[in-house]
Design a protein around this ligand. Structure first.
Ligand SMILES: [Zn+2]
Length: 60
């Protein structure tokens, strides 16, 4: 299952990876959203999380 990596500059999805490697890996690419060259660490911290409505909506 592909994981979207988020751009550290604009925070939008810059690319997908098929999995998180065990070794630290960086992906360098031109972000399609902000058109800047960005270097993204290929690990869980850079994976764009999908929103979880149930975490935000518990206050009645
Ligand atoms: Zn960007």
């Amino acid at each position: 299952m592909n994981k979207p990596l988020k751009c550290p500059i604009c925070g939008k999805r810059a690319c997908d990876v098929s999995g998180i490697p065990k070794e630290k890996l960086f992906i360098e690419l031109k972000c399609p959203n902000c058109n800047k060259i960005v270097k993204i660490p290929c690990d869980e911290s850079a994976v764009k999380q999908s929103p979880h409505p149930h975490l935000a909506g518990c206050r009645g």
